[in-house]
Design a protein around this ligand. Structure first.
Ligand code: C2E
Ligand code: MG
Ligand code: MG
Ligand code: MG
Length: 292
């Protein structure tokens, strides 16, 4: 089924908790050379307006294809990259690469689309992030607001004042800030006030129960209403069925993202499906799928 398909490819290395010490050592070693060997790539997942008629932008998601290990899930190697001090380097690569891609797409198709990029809390400890983001903006000439950085609540568990300040400085350069995976883990409402978030992303775990769990519906409704009161836009992740789409529209979500619209795909495929003339036709056709 569509739910598990994307994960199956990584089933072996998703079980990282059971990794033996020697397997882990091997992975550390391979990860250290992966950037140089060009083993990373980026896939793009569409984020669409709640009516499903307009492309808002894409989330950039990293992929690691290792000749030795096969496809390794970012849920496995990103935490390792954080531990062994590689995350800033890898993160900057994702930032540069996806910003270049956005530049190309904006110039060919639509000025308004946004690229949403995941940033690990660790990256904000690093002083290089501020000049790096500014450098990318000046090099590409992108409007700063077309770059959106996604951070998770995990940030607040360990964040120093310096980290939060770095983020505020980044924000004042004009980029957008999103709180990712909201509703998982620690979800304190006070987080919403600590940084100037533009977007709140509601985690898939709420969406799974939307169709037949009234409590999940009540939670999502409440989260959306708080976010709107705080002038944040709400993106809902992990949308897989037309029923979920229907409920989320009733609840006034602003944008939707999930396998229902598209899995994360290569730049070429994203362009063909969502940006080129025929892609736009498909996007509007999805309304008819949903209504029928
Ligand atoms: P995330 O940022 O919350 O990204 C959403 C994840 O949910 C992605 O998994 C995406 O493929 C998956 N997803 C999207 N829609 C659906 C759906 O409808 N159903 C299901 N079952 N899954 C869906 P992915 O690509 O494996 O990434 C996992 C996590 O790895 C990300 O979660 C993010 O935390 C991290 N990650 C990915 N790329 C990067 C990166 O460039 N930098 C950093 N720091 N973290 C990254
Ligand atoms: Mg994300
Ligand atoms: Mg997320
Ligand atoms: Mg996640």
């Amino acid at each position: 089924d569509s739910k598990s398909k994307g994960r199956n490819a990584y089933s072996f290395y998703s079980q990282s908790l059971n990794q033996s010490a020697s397997e882990r050592l091997k992975m550390d070693q391979l990860l250290r050379g992966a950037l140089e060997r060009n083993e990373f790539s980026i896939v793009y997942q569409a984020i669409v307006s709640e009516q499903g008629t307009r492309l808002k932008g894409f989330e950039a998601l990293i992929r690691w294809s290792s000749p030795e290990l096969g496809q390794v899930s970012p849920s496995v190697f990103i935490p390792i990259a954080e531990q062994i001090g590689l995350i800033s380097e890898i993160g900057l690569w994702v930032l540069r690469e996806s910003a270049e891609q956005l530049k190309l797409w904006q110039s060919r198709y639509d000025q308004a689309i946004v690229m949403s990029i995941n940033v690990s809390p660790r990256q904000f400890h690093d002083e290089s992030i501020l000049p790096a983001v500014k450098g990318v903006i000046s090099k590409t000439g992108l409007p700063p607001a077309s770059l959106q950085l996604e951070v998770t609540e995990g940030l607040f568990l360990s964040a120093s004042e310096r980290t939060l300040n770095n983020i505020r400085l980044l924000k004042s350069s004009g980029i957008r800030l999103a709180l990712d995976d909201f509703g998982t883990g620690f979800s304190s409402l006070s987080y919403l006030n600590q940084l100037p978030f533009d977007v709140l992303k509601i985690d898939k775990s709420f969406v799974d129960g939307l169709e037949n769990n009234d409590k999940d519906q009540a939670m999502v409704m409440a989260i959306i209403s708080i976010a709107h009161r705080l002038s944040m836009e709400v993106v809902v992740e992990g949308v897989e069925t037309p029923q979920q789409v229907h409920v989320l529209r009733e609840l006034s979500a602003d944008a939707l993202q999930g396998y229902y619209y598209s899995k994360p795909v290569s730049a070429r495929e994203a362009e063909a499906r969502f940006l080129s003339q025929s892609g736009l036709l498909n996007l509007s056709e999805s309304i008819w799928d949903e209504l029928s």
